[in-house]
Design a protein around this ligand. Structure first.
Ligand code: IPE
Ligand code: IPE
Ligand code: MG
Length: 245
């Protein structure tokens, strides 16, 4: 599948809703947490797969604002897993020249998570290969509200006129500032919804849903998604003849 890819038409930014860990575990007769533990290999595979191909940005939806509503034990396990995974993987990130960053309400994460995360972000800051963006305690609506509040404050403080509010000002207030919109969004486990992910940024993103559960997701599935993306005609509101010329 990798050979079939057009290397001149790779997405610059791929976003992934990593879904299906709980169902994967259930199928095996295990607790949901077992699914999360087995999700790490898939994270490794897509990260390395993207880095090898030369994709510039990979955003992984790891924990949504709404995920706090899950049973306490599951939330705690997810936070612990996050800390241990960052600790264990940071060496590999360095080896693969991957720069780690994160979007979401990071200040409201447990202290140990926030600390480990910031440490790894700092350590990998000078890497020049793939930028890996973890969406943690993230929701699209939260991000949009934050931006709206900042604009309101600037207007209140006479730092900004409402007539100066435009797309580029707005995008500079989002947590994805300086990151291009994803061209491709992959969701695993067959769910056909966005679940509060990158609401502004995916306006023209190509959506790809696969029934594969996240812990089973491997490089080959990534290549399949990119291949499917490359067969699409992106029209951005125009008509086919305009796009072709
Ligand atoms: C995705 O898998 C991981 C997170 C949301 C943290 P789920 O835990 O949502 O798995 P399912 O959807 O219940 O199978
Ligand atoms: C979306 O998955 C969030 C993450 C992958 C982190 P969910 O499992 O939380 O989404 P819903 O509840 O099925 O929409
Ligand atoms: Mg789910």
């Amino acid at each position: 599948m990798k050979e079939k890819l057009d290397h001149n038409n790779l997405p610059e930014h791929i976003a992934v809703i990593m879904d299906g860990n709980g169902r994967w575990a259930k199928k095996k007769g295990a607790a949901r947490v077992f699914g999360h533990q087995n999700a790490i290999e898939a994270v490794r595979e897509v990260t390395e797969g993207c880095a090898e191909l030369g994709v510039h940005y990979l955003t992984l939806y790891a924990f949504s604002t709404e995920n706090w509503g899950r049973p306490k034990l599951e939330v705690e396990a997810l936070m612990q897993l996050l800390v241990s995974t960052i600790s264990n993987e940071v060496e590999t990130l360095m080896k693969n020249n991957v720069r780690l960053t994160a979007i979401g309400d990071l200040e409201s994460l447990p202290k140990s998570c926030n600390h480990k995360l910031k440490e790894a972000i700092e350590l990998t800051n000078s890497n020049t290969g793939l930028t890996l963006i973890l969406a943690l305690n993230y929701s699209g609506r939260w991000e949009i509200l934050q931006a709206a509040k900042k604009i309101a404050q600037m207007v209140e403080n006479d730092q900004l006129q409402s007539s100066e509010v435009n797309v580029s000002l707005w995008e500079n207030l989002l947590s994805t500032k300086n990151i291009p919109d994803p061209e491709l969004l992959i969701r695993t486990s067959g769910e056909m919804r966005i679940s509060n992910f990158l609401l502004w940024q995916i306006a023209y993103t190509e959506l790809y849903v696969t029934p594969v559960l996240w812990p089973d997701f491997r490089r080959e599935h990534l290549y399949e998604a990119i291949f499917a993306f490359q067969q699409r005609e992106r029209r951005f509101g125009k008509i086919s003849e305009q796009v072709k010329s």
